[in-house]
Ligand binder design. Sequence first.
Ligand SMILES: [Fe+2]
Length: 335
Amino acid sequence: MSTPLNVRAEKVPADEGADPRAVPSLRLCDTDGATSDNVGDWIDRHRDELREELSASGAILFRGFPLTTPEDFDRFIQAFGFANFRYEESLSNAVRVVRTERVFSANEAPAEVQIHLHHEMAQTPVFPGKLFFFCEIAAETGGATPLCRSDLLFERLSQEVPQFAADCEQKGLKYTNVMPGDDDPSSGMGRRWQSTFSAESREDAERRMRELGYSWEWLDDGCLRATTPVLPAVWELGPGRKSFFNQLIAAACGWKDSRNDPSRAITFGDGGPLDHEAVLRAVELSQPFTFDVPWQAGDVALVDNMITMHARRPFTGTRKVWASLVAADATASHA
Ligand SMILES: [Fe+2]
């Protein structure tokens, strides 16, 4: 028998000093004995309203829904009817564990590593339009997922450092990454090149890179240095609304491992150097537009990847947060 869900739309209080527009929407389910079928029915009936809300707020947090396993999470995602974006086909740098067709671990980087704000896979030509996160086990301490309204950030950035904002918009960016020959779980960007390019051999990888417009260099130690074609740094969401759609903040703050030096990782599309001071200003300006999702077991966050950046705080204890990606909307366009 179908139990109608009792779901309330609630407002989460903003952190002190934060912009209230940066707080994600919240849907709180308070129904005894609800099943995943009931959840599917509820999503069916509210799909349009949720989509609309997502494009306004950039993220929705679902709490109290009857979800305990990654398989429950997979069914929850399916109910939305979005097109799946498979991790295996992505050019992501992160090492992850695939659990179901739609679900994989958010990032296998060690607990003490902070992953800084970024739009998912904005450093590659193939990126998802939306993301889901699911908390199976919350960390003992820390481990929040910060979400940043990138459209609000870009508006501020255009006022404070207009030349830099205009350069980003007009020139785009190129990203260079040194990928290992074997997965390196000690790094947030340790995915091996074979897996990144779905390649068995160097020839396969070269074919894929050629198709995607990359340039590359094989290094003596078996690593691959790959540079993307010019990618957008700013995304047009609608009239007068643009997001800072790139990896500049993550790169400036943390793209460092034994192979990669953040100061060499990104240039403007014309090969010119970035204004480092302006990038640091973007890091600073992102703070009031950032909200830390304080995970509880069973929570799901739906994030619009074109509007909102995400990150991961360091943590202690066991933390299991799963992710799923949604293919980008073919009608979207960049600035
Ligand atoms: Fe990410």
